[in-house]
Design a protein around this ligand. Structure first.
Ligand code: PGA
Length: 251
């Protein structure tokens, strides 16, 4: 049985004050004996505040991005070591917004994956197709290519056992359109098969999260699917009660 994980990706939203209020709200609703792993990925600027507030709770901290290099002349970037310093457990890599808006290709994503895992963080490695890919029946081809960036690198593959995958169809992110539980399950099962071709052991234990307009009202039916091990939550993670409903749905 894989333990469920629900991670909130706040993206570039909120203020220092609203971040504080959101964490207070989430803390108030999380039981100490929660079975689901819960993580919050605030903007880098609020990592220190959120980290301090999460002390003594089971809620973990994650970063939305990191640099592929460990240190040096990379103006504006943040390293895995720095994130670890803040108490981060996770780092999201390859989010579709990073790919589409900041030019991160599969090669860069694989380097970030490696930087996170070498740096002691658990990468949350995102994959997902665009609407036109799905319409052209290219979902599996696109997802396979994204996965291969990691699966075909011996160094990355060696680290895959300590990673999390997030399947996020781009057409479902922030659009209110969710993949149906069956659509999501189909791709999750495909991802697990692709991993199994390299390592059956890792395929059996790796958490594969679904992301894309998950809400309190649709989380339970998605999480009920056998290969969906939780969610990567954007918009709905900015509302404490909505996020808590999603966490409870994973229990
Ligand atoms: P959404 O975002 O829940 O707002 O669709 C998910 C994500 O981008 O991780």
């Amino acid at each position: 049985m894989r333990q469920p994980l629900v991670a909130g990706n706040w993206k570039m939203n909120g203020s220092r004050a609203s971040a504080k209020e959101l964490v207070e709200g989430i803390k108030a609703g999380v039981a100490s004996a929660v079975k689901t792993q819960i993580a919050l990925c605030p903007p880098h600027a609020y990592l220190a505040d959120v980290s301090a507030m999460l002390q003594g709770t089971p809620v973990m901290l994650g970063a939305q991005n990191l640099c592929y290099a460990s240190s040096g002349a990379y103006t504006g970037e943040i390293s895995a070591t720095m994130l670890l310093d803040f108490g981060c457990t996770y780092a999201i890599v390859g989010h579709s917004e990073r790919r589409a808006l900041f030019g991160e290709d599969n090669k860069i994503v694989a380097r970030k994956f490696l930087a996170a895992s070498k740096g002691g963080l658990t990468p949350i490695f995102c994959v997902g197709e665009m609407l036109e890919d799905r319409e052209n029946e290219l979902t599996e081809a696109v997802v396979a290519r994204q996965l291969d960036a990691v699966l075909e690198s011996p160094e990355c593959l060696a680290a895959l056992g300590g990673a999390v995958i997030a399947y996020e169809p781009v057409w479902a992110i922030g659009t209110g359109k969710t993949a149906s539980p069956d659509q999501a399950q189909e791709v999750h099962a495909f991802i697990r098969r692709q991993i199994a071709a390299h390592s059956a052991e890792i395929a059996g234990k790796i958490q594969i999260l679904y992301g894309g307009s998950v809400k309190g009202s649709n989380a339970a039916e998605l999480f009920a699917k056998p290969d969906i091990d939780g969610g990567l939550i954007g918009g709905a993670s900015l509302d404490a009660s909505e996020f808590l409903t999603i966490c409870h749905a994973a229990e």
